[in-house]
Design a protein around this ligand. Structure first.
Ligand code: GLN
Length: 329
Protein backbone atom coordinates (compact mmCIF):
# COMPACT_ATOMS: atom_id res chain seq x y z
CA UNK A 1 0.00 0.00 0.00
CA UNK A 2 1.20 3.49 -0.83
CA UNK A 3 0.36 6.33 1.56
CA UNK A 4 -0.12 9.76 0.03
CA UNK A 5 0.34 12.80 2.25
CA UNK A 6 -0.47 16.35 1.33
CA UNK A 7 0.50 19.48 3.19
CA UNK A 8 -3.00 20.22 4.38
CA UNK A 9 -3.24 16.76 5.93
CA UNK A 10 0.08 17.24 7.73
CA UNK A 11 -1.01 20.69 8.94
CA UNK A 12 -4.29 19.30 10.23
CA UNK A 13 -2.56 16.48 12.13
CA UNK A 14 -0.04 18.91 13.67
CA UNK A 15 -2.92 21.10 14.91
CA UNK A 16 -4.76 18.04 16.19
CA UNK A 17 -1.67 16.88 18.11
CA UNK A 18 -1.28 20.37 19.59
CA UNK A 19 -4.92 20.55 20.70
CA UNK A 20 -4.83 17.06 22.23
CA UNK A 21 -1.66 17.65 24.26
CA UNK A 22 -1.83 21.36 25.08
CA UNK A 23 -3.49 21.00 28.46
CA UNK A 24 -1.60 17.91 29.55
CA UNK A 25 0.01 18.69 32.91
CA UNK A 26 2.04 15.52 33.38
CA UNK A 27 5.78 15.67 33.94
CA UNK A 28 8.06 18.15 35.59
CA UNK A 29 10.78 20.54 34.36
CA UNK A 30 14.34 19.34 34.87
CA UNK A 31 15.66 20.94 38.06
CA UNK A 32 19.14 19.44 38.46
CA UNK A 33 20.22 22.28 36.16
CA UNK A 34 18.76 25.30 38.00
CA UNK A 35 18.06 27.39 34.86
CA UNK A 36 15.78 24.71 33.39
CA UNK A 37 13.51 24.68 36.43
CA UNK A 38 12.54 28.30 35.70
CA UNK A 39 11.47 27.90 32.05
CA UNK A 40 7.66 28.37 31.78
CA UNK A 41 6.17 24.87 31.88
CA UNK A 42 3.24 25.71 29.62
CA UNK A 43 5.36 26.51 26.56
CA UNK A 44 4.54 24.05 23.79
CA UNK A 45 5.32 23.98 20.09
CA UNK A 46 5.40 21.55 17.18
CA UNK A 47 7.14 22.04 13.82
CA UNK A 48 7.53 20.02 10.63
CA UNK A 49 9.97 20.80 7.85
CA UNK A 50 9.16 19.33 4.46
CA UNK A 51 11.62 18.40 1.69
CA UNK A 52 10.81 21.61 -0.20
CA UNK A 53 11.89 23.62 2.86
CA UNK A 54 8.38 24.64 3.90
CA UNK A 55 7.84 24.80 7.65
CA UNK A 56 4.52 23.94 9.21
CA UNK A 57 4.31 25.15 12.80
CA UNK A 58 1.91 25.35 15.70
CA UNK A 59 2.38 26.90 19.15
CA UNK A 60 5.62 28.24 20.66
CA UNK A 61 8.00 27.35 17.86
CA UNK A 62 10.07 30.56 18.08
CA UNK A 63 11.03 30.24 21.75
CA UNK A 64 14.76 29.49 22.18
CA UNK A 65 15.13 26.75 24.78
CA UNK A 66 18.18 24.76 25.91
CA UNK A 67 19.08 22.23 23.22
CA UNK A 68 20.70 19.98 25.85
CA UNK A 69 21.08 16.38 24.70
CA UNK A 70 19.64 16.99 21.25
CA UNK A 71 23.07 18.59 20.61
CA UNK A 72 24.55 15.10 20.81
CA UNK A 73 23.07 14.44 17.35
CA UNK A 74 24.93 17.19 15.42
CA UNK A 75 28.20 16.56 17.27
CA UNK A 76 27.99 12.84 16.51
CA UNK A 77 27.37 13.73 12.86
CA UNK A 78 30.31 16.13 12.84
CA UNK A 79 32.59 13.52 14.42
CA UNK A 80 31.45 10.96 11.82
CA UNK A 81 32.03 13.54 9.05
CA UNK A 82 35.54 14.22 10.29
CA UNK A 83 36.62 10.63 11.03
CA UNK A 84 34.20 8.32 9.18
CA UNK A 85 31.41 6.32 10.81
CA UNK A 86 33.60 3.24 11.40
CA UNK A 87 36.07 5.16 13.54
CA UNK A 88 33.23 6.49 15.68
CA UNK A 89 31.92 2.95 16.06
CA UNK A 90 35.37 1.81 17.18
CA UNK A 91 36.30 4.74 19.40
CA UNK A 92 32.90 5.50 20.91
CA UNK A 93 30.43 2.76 19.97
CA UNK A 94 26.78 2.45 18.95
CA UNK A 95 25.18 0.36 21.67
CA UNK A 96 22.23 1.28 23.84
CA UNK A 97 23.08 1.48 27.52
CA UNK A 98 19.53 0.83 28.76
CA UNK A 99 20.48 3.16 31.59
CA UNK A 100 20.02 6.87 32.35
CA UNK A 101 21.82 9.38 30.11
CA UNK A 102 24.33 10.30 32.81
CA UNK A 103 25.00 6.79 34.08
CA UNK A 104 28.42 6.10 35.55
CA UNK A 105 27.47 2.46 35.99
CA UNK A 106 27.16 2.15 32.19
CA UNK A 107 30.82 3.16 31.85
CA UNK A 108 31.93 0.75 34.55
CA UNK A 109 30.00 -2.09 32.93
CA UNK A 110 31.46 -1.44 29.48
CA UNK A 111 34.71 0.18 30.43
CA UNK A 112 36.34 -0.38 27.06
CA UNK A 113 33.52 1.45 25.33
CA UNK A 114 31.52 4.61 26.21
CA UNK A 115 28.66 2.93 24.25
CA UNK A 116 27.21 5.64 22.02
CA UNK A 117 27.71 9.35 21.24
CA UNK A 118 24.08 9.93 22.25
CA UNK A 119 24.60 9.49 26.02
CA UNK A 120 26.68 11.89 28.13
CA UNK A 121 29.79 9.70 28.21
CA UNK A 122 29.92 9.14 24.45
CA UNK A 123 28.99 12.76 23.74
CA UNK A 124 31.88 14.04 25.86
CA UNK A 125 34.12 11.55 24.02
CA UNK A 126 32.75 12.89 20.69
CA UNK A 127 33.51 16.48 21.77
CA UNK A 128 37.03 15.37 22.62
CA UNK A 129 37.46 14.00 19.08
CA UNK A 130 36.29 17.10 17.19
CA UNK A 131 39.10 18.62 15.16
CA UNK A 132 41.25 20.68 15.49
CA UNK A 133 42.37 18.81 18.60
CA UNK A 134 43.67 20.86 21.51
CA UNK A 135 42.12 24.14 20.34
CA UNK A 136 39.10 24.97 22.41
CA UNK A 137 37.91 28.02 20.42
CA UNK A 138 38.40 26.40 17.03
CA UNK A 139 36.68 23.18 18.16
CA UNK A 140 33.77 25.21 19.50
CA UNK A 141 33.55 27.16 16.24
CA UNK A 142 33.41 23.86 14.31
CA UNK A 143 30.58 22.52 16.50
CA UNK A 144 28.54 25.72 16.51
CA UNK A 145 28.94 26.40 12.79
CA UNK A 146 28.01 22.83 11.97
CA UNK A 147 24.76 23.21 13.91
CA UNK A 148 24.12 26.53 12.16
CA UNK A 149 24.57 24.88 8.78
CA UNK A 150 22.19 22.09 9.79
CA UNK A 151 19.53 24.58 10.90
CA UNK A 152 20.31 27.19 8.25
CA UNK A 153 20.25 29.90 10.91
CA UNK A 154 22.29 31.50 13.68
CA UNK A 155 22.30 30.11 17.21
CA UNK A 156 23.78 31.36 20.48
CA UNK A 157 24.61 30.01 23.90
CA UNK A 158 22.11 30.92 26.64
CA UNK A 159 24.71 32.39 29.01
CA UNK A 160 22.66 31.84 32.14
CA UNK A 161 22.13 28.19 31.21
CA UNK A 162 25.84 27.71 30.49
CA UNK A 163 26.72 29.19 33.89
CA UNK A 164 24.03 27.18 35.63
CA UNK A 165 25.19 23.97 34.00
CA UNK A 166 28.93 24.61 34.50
CA UNK A 167 28.40 25.25 38.20
CA UNK A 168 26.51 21.99 38.75
CA UNK A 169 28.03 19.45 36.33
CA UNK A 170 29.88 17.35 38.92
CA UNK A 171 28.47 14.09 37.57
CA UNK A 172 29.63 14.92 34.05
CA UNK A 173 33.06 15.79 35.46
CA UNK A 174 33.22 12.32 37.04
CA UNK A 175 32.19 10.75 33.73
CA UNK A 176 34.89 12.68 31.89
CA UNK A 177 37.69 11.63 34.22
CA UNK A 178 36.48 8.03 34.37
CA UNK A 179 36.55 7.92 30.56
CA UNK A 180 40.01 9.46 30.67
CA UNK A 181 41.02 6.61 32.94
CA UNK A 182 39.86 4.14 30.28
CA UNK A 183 41.61 5.98 27.44
CA UNK A 184 38.32 7.16 25.92
CA UNK A 185 38.89 10.91 26.00
CA UNK A 186 40.86 11.99 22.97
CA UNK A 187 41.77 15.55 23.98
CA UNK A 188 42.21 17.50 27.19
CA UNK A 189 39.45 16.24 29.57
CA UNK A 190 38.41 19.63 30.98
CA UNK A 191 38.37 21.20 27.51
CA UNK A 192 36.19 18.31 26.24
CA UNK A 193 33.76 18.64 29.16
CA UNK A 194 33.51 22.40 28.66
CA UNK A 195 32.71 21.96 24.97
CA UNK A 196 30.00 19.46 25.85
CA UNK A 197 28.54 21.83 28.46
CA UNK A 198 28.62 24.71 25.99
CA UNK A 199 26.88 22.76 23.24
CA UNK A 200 24.15 21.66 25.68
CA UNK A 201 23.61 25.34 26.62
CA UNK A 202 22.83 26.49 23.09
CA UNK A 203 19.42 28.04 22.63
CA UNK A 204 17.38 26.52 19.82
CA UNK A 205 13.80 26.84 18.61
CA UNK A 206 11.45 24.06 17.51
CA UNK A 207 11.56 25.55 13.99
CA UNK A 208 15.35 25.27 13.93
CA UNK A 209 15.23 21.70 15.23
CA UNK A 210 12.70 20.78 12.53
CA UNK A 211 15.06 22.10 9.83
CA UNK A 212 17.93 20.14 11.40
CA UNK A 213 15.75 17.02 11.38
CA UNK A 214 14.77 17.65 7.75
CA UNK A 215 18.43 18.06 6.77
CA UNK A 216 19.11 14.66 8.29
CA UNK A 217 15.97 13.25 6.63
CA UNK A 218 17.15 14.48 3.22
CA UNK A 219 20.58 12.87 3.36
CA UNK A 220 22.53 15.92 4.50
CA UNK A 221 21.09 18.58 2.18
CA UNK A 222 19.46 21.44 4.08
CA UNK A 223 16.05 21.83 2.37
CA UNK A 224 15.88 25.56 3.26
CA UNK A 225 19.38 26.69 2.22
CA UNK A 226 19.99 23.82 -0.26
CA UNK A 227 23.52 23.49 1.14
CA UNK A 228 25.09 20.06 1.35
CA UNK A 229 26.00 19.71 5.04
CA UNK A 230 27.16 16.11 5.34
CA UNK A 231 27.51 12.92 3.35
CA UNK A 232 24.22 11.13 2.63
CA UNK A 233 25.75 7.86 3.88
CA UNK A 234 25.67 9.28 7.43
CA UNK A 235 21.86 9.61 7.59
CA UNK A 236 21.33 5.88 8.20
CA UNK A 237 24.14 5.95 10.78
CA UNK A 238 22.83 8.83 12.85
CA UNK A 239 19.22 7.61 12.65
CA UNK A 240 20.38 4.15 13.78
CA UNK A 241 22.03 5.76 16.81
CA UNK A 242 18.87 7.76 17.53
CA UNK A 243 16.62 4.71 17.19
CA UNK A 244 18.88 2.76 19.55
CA UNK A 245 19.22 5.19 22.43
CA UNK A 246 17.41 8.48 21.70
CA UNK A 247 15.21 8.23 24.81
CA UNK A 248 17.71 6.42 27.08
CA UNK A 249 16.02 3.73 29.17
CA UNK A 250 12.67 4.50 27.47
CA UNK A 251 13.99 4.09 23.95
CA UNK A 252 12.34 0.74 23.32
CA UNK A 253 8.96 2.09 24.45
CA UNK A 254 9.35 5.06 22.12
CA UNK A 255 10.38 2.98 19.10
CA UNK A 256 7.60 0.50 19.78
CA UNK A 257 5.07 3.36 19.94
CA UNK A 258 6.21 5.50 17.01
CA UNK A 259 8.73 3.62 14.88
CA UNK A 260 10.70 6.86 14.54
CA UNK A 261 14.36 7.66 15.20
CA UNK A 262 14.30 10.65 17.54
CA UNK A 263 16.38 12.37 20.21
CA UNK A 264 15.26 14.16 23.34
CA UNK A 265 16.89 16.76 25.56
CA UNK A 266 16.18 17.78 29.16
CA UNK A 267 15.37 21.29 27.88
CA UNK A 268 12.12 19.73 26.61
CA UNK A 269 12.98 19.45 22.92
CA UNK A 270 12.66 16.39 20.70
CA UNK A 271 13.95 16.07 17.15
CA UNK A 272 12.47 13.26 15.03
CA UNK A 273 13.59 12.16 11.59
CA UNK A 274 11.42 10.49 8.97
CA UNK A 275 14.14 9.57 6.45
CA UNK A 276 13.32 10.72 2.95
CA UNK A 277 10.06 12.27 4.12
CA UNK A 278 10.38 15.11 6.65
CA UNK A 279 11.87 16.48 9.84
CA UNK A 280 9.77 16.94 12.96
CA UNK A 281 10.38 18.73 16.24
CA UNK A 282 8.38 19.38 19.37
CA UNK A 283 9.11 21.28 22.55
CA UNK A 284 7.52 21.37 26.02
CA UNK A 285 9.61 21.58 29.24
CA UNK A 286 7.93 19.06 31.60
CA UNK A 287 9.77 15.71 31.47
CA UNK A 288 9.10 12.10 32.38
CA UNK A 289 11.40 10.28 34.81
CA UNK A 290 13.90 9.39 32.05
CA UNK A 291 14.27 13.07 31.06
CA UNK A 292 12.11 13.09 27.94
CA UNK A 293 9.43 15.76 27.31
CA UNK A 294 6.02 14.30 28.07
CA UNK A 295 3.98 16.54 25.76
CA UNK A 296 6.51 16.49 22.93
CA UNK A 297 6.52 12.69 23.02
CA UNK A 298 2.73 12.51 23.00
CA UNK A 299 2.40 15.04 20.20
CA UNK A 300 4.97 13.34 17.97
CA UNK A 301 3.50 9.92 18.71
CA UNK A 302 0.10 11.20 17.60
CA UNK A 303 1.56 12.60 14.39
CA UNK A 304 3.50 9.41 13.66
CA UNK A 305 0.38 7.35 14.21
CA UNK A 306 -2.04 9.51 12.21
CA UNK A 307 0.33 9.87 9.26
CA UNK A 308 1.69 6.30 9.48
CA UNK A 309 5.24 7.63 9.59
CA UNK A 310 6.84 4.73 11.50
CA UNK A 311 9.81 3.25 9.68
CA UNK A 312 8.60 -0.27 10.28
CA UNK A 313 5.26 0.38 8.57
CA UNK A 314 4.59 -1.15 5.20
CA UNK A 315 3.59 2.23 3.82
CA UNK A 316 5.66 4.87 2.09
CA UNK A 317 5.08 8.54 2.75
CA UNK A 318 5.41 11.34 0.27
CA UNK A 319 4.77 14.87 1.29
CA UNK A 320 4.04 17.03 -1.73
CA UNK A 321 1.22 16.78 -4.17
CA UNK A 322 3.73 17.18 -6.98
CA UNK A 323 6.09 14.35 -5.94
CA UNK A 324 6.03 11.25 -8.12
CA UNK A 325 3.75 8.59 -6.68
CA UNK A 326 4.86 5.03 -7.39
CA UNK A 327 2.14 2.85 -8.89
CA UNK A 328 0.06 0.97 -6.33
CA UNK A 329 1.51 -2.48 -5.78
N1 GLN B 1 23.44 18.83 29.69
C1 GLN B 1 22.62 17.78 30.21
C2 GLN B 1 23.46 16.85 31.05
O1 GLN B 1 24.60 16.65 30.74
C3 GLN B 1 21.97 17.05 29.05
C4 GLN B 1 21.15 15.87 29.47
C5 GLN B 1 19.99 15.59 28.58
O2 GLN B 1 19.46 16.45 27.87
N2 GLN B 1 19.48 14.38 28.64
O3 GLN B 1 23.00 16.34 32.02
Amino acid sequence: MILKLDKQQIRTVLEEAYARCKNDTQGKNADYIPYLAGVPATLFGIAACLPDGELLTVGDTDFAFGIESVSKVPTALLAMSQYGADTILRQIGADATGLPFNSIMAILLENDHPSTPLVNAGAIAACSMIRPTGQSDAKWKAIKEFIETLTGSRIAVIDELYRSESETNFNNRSITWLLRNYGRIYDDPELSLDLYTRQCSLGITARQLAVMAATIASGGVNPVTHLKVFDAALTPKITALMATVGFYEHTGDWLFTTGLPAKSGVGGGILAVVPGVMGLAAFAPPLDEAGNSVKAQKALAHIADRLSLGLFNTTHGIVTETAAVPAEA
